[in-house]
Design a protein around this ligand. Structure first.
Ligand code: ADP
Length: 634
């Protein structure tokens, strides 16, 4: 393997391979597909970057997080490697430039998001390109039993085959043996080419501390005051908890800021910088914090709420002690968190009625017919969340009922650069001005933007309208935004029985709901585990450790912990008269028991949002209760 080792030094400047890298790269260079399960920060990207330089043809890297890969691409280019990404931020000229480099063979690495593989033009071009390596990041998303299933991923394996990719590399930081099996089966990876490095991190001390809800804020403050200062992350589940706890700690004199996805981008960047450039600052964050963060000296990771599962837990604690120095991870465990976590899942499970009405809609088309849908419109019409809709459509595609085509934008939003249309009209001759006026008159005028559907301008071809708008934009006369994305499908065949299909889909969602609930139970089982907790945690990911770690809560105390029962939940009380009246007023949003239970638990759905029901006093009135109890009540 002299060449690979030489390239490691000459092109990447590293002296040796990290664990697992050599084996993965050897498999790939020998022409076989491989799987790399390495913890975050262990050097997965080198496993495709290095072969990309050696192999003849392009390496396609599929990642849902290509925005975070900008730095990686910039770095490669500074080192003289031709790498590019294709995403929605590129304009037509930039896309063309990437295509040209792909065609003339100069491009070595192309980064794309999974949804790109629905674009027929892109597929046609890739079909004519020699793909030496097809690398799939976050490959656990392919598994329905993983913690982060993405419908787009289910189709990737088939795409890689259709495109004639010579070999595949699947990469992930978290995969249980069942998920590894799914990935291997999906991408056709042999056992010997599946490289799983250890999950065990000897420098991390894992502590679990059972607490009662009312005591946990104080427990955290005490802990933070008593320890040596160090860079710290405190994870919480909800955005409002992040705000509340950050205020509390700051008031207690601890250098603390909050971070969550509800904050605007500037504030988030500012908090991240403030934290990154300090060795003592504390950030109280939701799981939005951490992706793309590469800070080596995080000394403490606390979980003030239960994590969603052991996958999330190990990813979150994995951010501690990347520099190899001793670091502490402590989980404050409280049973009262369970309903909130479960509700994330219950909000997603569609009702059988919703599945049925969606199927009626899809199969109203005849076999061979092409049709276009707005996912936004479909999800609100049938009251299913967007991810659920995508999942159902993907199942139908995998079962051979549908075939997805290139999405397109049904419309544009346009506004004059100067603020006045008269300034634009003034430049053109009367004929063209008249044409423009007609285009605008056909649109929907908003306060600032006018929505234009190029297919709906009377007497004009779509082509001319699109060209004219593009020209105005190019001359800097207007600002133009694409809007209203439509997905295209072809119906391939009708199902023998719609009822049977509906039941099968509903069962799938029920199973998923069940498996998410089990995920939460496993976290509790880890806290209460009667034995070394580290052995138990890495065991879940398929790693066997013969010796106890010696520094988890169990090893330190020699006894198992037990979680106190939840604080007595308030009695289920419900003003039925108000609910009944509301249901009668909003049958589309509250017509079924499950819809009412979601509403009472504070879980929004497209229909409740549309009916502005999330502002109603009953919305979330039973949010602290177990969903199943509320469902039984409605
Ligand atoms: P992952 O994708 O597994 O989270 P990365 O690929 O981003 O990890 O790598 C993490 C860091 O390790 C990067 O800064 C990378 O340059 C560095 N790295 C990767 N391989 C090696 C190696 N063999 N020797 C030294 N540093 C390496």
């Amino acid at each position: 393997m002299t060449t690979a080792a030489e390239i490691l030094t000459s092109r990447f400047g590293y002296t040796e391979f990290r664990p697992g890298q050599r084996q993965v790269i050897e498999s790939l260079l020998a022409g076989r597909s491989a799987l790399a399960v390495f913890p975050t920060g262990a050097g997965k990207s080198l496993c495709y970057q290095l072969p990309a330089l050696v192999l003849e043809g392009v390496t396609v890297v599929v990642s849902p997080l290509i925005a975070l890969m900008k730095d990686q691409i910039d770095l490669l280019r500074r080192h003289g490697v031709d790498a590019a990404r294709l995403d929605s931020s590129l304009d037509a000229n930039e896309v063309r430039a990437v295509s040209d480099r792909l065609r003339d063979g100069s491009l070595k690495l192309l980064y794309v998001a999974p949804e790109r593989f629905n674009n027929e033009r892109f597929l046609a071009q890739l079909g004519q390109t020699k793909i030496a390596l097809f690398a799939v990041d976050e490959a656990h998303c392919i598994s329905e039993w993983g913690h982060n299933f993405r419908p787009d991923y289910l189709k990737l394996a088939a795409r890689a085959r259709e495109l004639g990719a010579e070999r595949v590399l699947a990469l992930t930081a978290t995969a249980t043996p069942a998920v590894v099996a799914d990935i291997r089966a999906g991408f056709g990876i042999e056992e010997r080419d599946s490289v799983v490095t250890g999950f065990y991190r000897p420098n991390l001390t894992l502590l679990t501390t059972p607490v009662r809800a009312l005591e946990r804020d104080q427990a955290l403050i005490d802990r933070l005051r008593k320890r040596a200062p160090g860079s710290t992350i405190v994870y919480v589940t909800l955005q409002r908890t992040a705000e509340r706890v950050a205020d509390l700690l700051a008031t207690a004199g601890l250098p603390t800021r909050a971070y969550h996805a509800g904050m605007n981008a500037d504030d988030r960047v500012e908090v991240q910088e403030w934290w990154t450039h300090s060795d003592a600052n504390i950030v109280v964050a939701t799981i939005a914090f951490g992706m793309g963060i590469d800070k080596a000296d995080v000394r403490y990771v606390y979980h003030l709420n239960l994590p969603k599962g052991l996958e999330s837990y190990s990813q979150e604690i994995g951010r501690a002690g990347r520099d190899g120095k001793p670091s502490i991870c402590e989980l404050f465990a409280c049973r009262d968190d369970v309903p909130t976590l479960e509700n994330f899942t219950f909000g997603d499970t569609p009702t059988p009625e919703a599945i049925a009405s969606l199927l009626d809609d899809v199969f109203a088309h005849s076999a061979g017919e092409q049709f276009a849908v707005s996912e936004y419109e479909l999800s609100s019409r049938h009251d299913v969340r967007s991810l659920v809709l995508k999942t159902i459509l993907t199942y139908l595609e995998l079962d051979g009922f549908l075939e997805q085509g290139t999405p397109f934008y049904a419309g544009y939003s346009v506004r004059p650069a100067s603020g006045e249309w008269d300034d634009v009209y003034a430049i053109f001759d009367p004929d063209r001005t008249d044409f423009l006026r007609r285009v605008l008159a056909s649109g929907k005028e908003g306060r600032i933007w006018t929505g234009v559907d190029p297919d709906a301008v009377p007497g004009e071809e779509r082509e001319r309208v699109v060209k004219a708008l593009g020209y105005l934009e190019q001359r800097g006369l207007v600002e133009l935004k694409v809007a209203d994305v439509r997905q295209r499908f072809t119906l391939l065949k009708q199902p023998p029985s719609l009822d049977e299909l509906r039941n099968r889909l509903a069962e799938n969602f029920d199973r998923r709901e069940q498996s998410e609930a089990e995920r939460i139970e496993r976290v509790i089982a880890l806290v209460e585990h009667n034995g070394c907790q580290v052995q138990s945690l890495v065991g879940y990911f398929g790693e066997t450790r013969a010796d106890p770690c010696g520094h988890c809560s169990y090893c330190l105390t020699g006894s198992a912990q037990s979680l106190p029962e939840s604080a007595a939940t308030p009695k289920l009380e419900l003003d039925r008269a108000v609910l009944n009246k509301l249901t009668a007023e909003h049958p589309a949003a509250l017509g079924t028991p499950r819809q009412r239970a979601r509403f009472l638990c504070g879980l929004s759905s497209p229909a409740t949002t549309k009916a502005k029901l999330s502002r109603h006093a009953l919305f979330g009135a039973l949010a602290e209760q177990h969903f199943a109890d509320v469902l039984a009540l409605t």
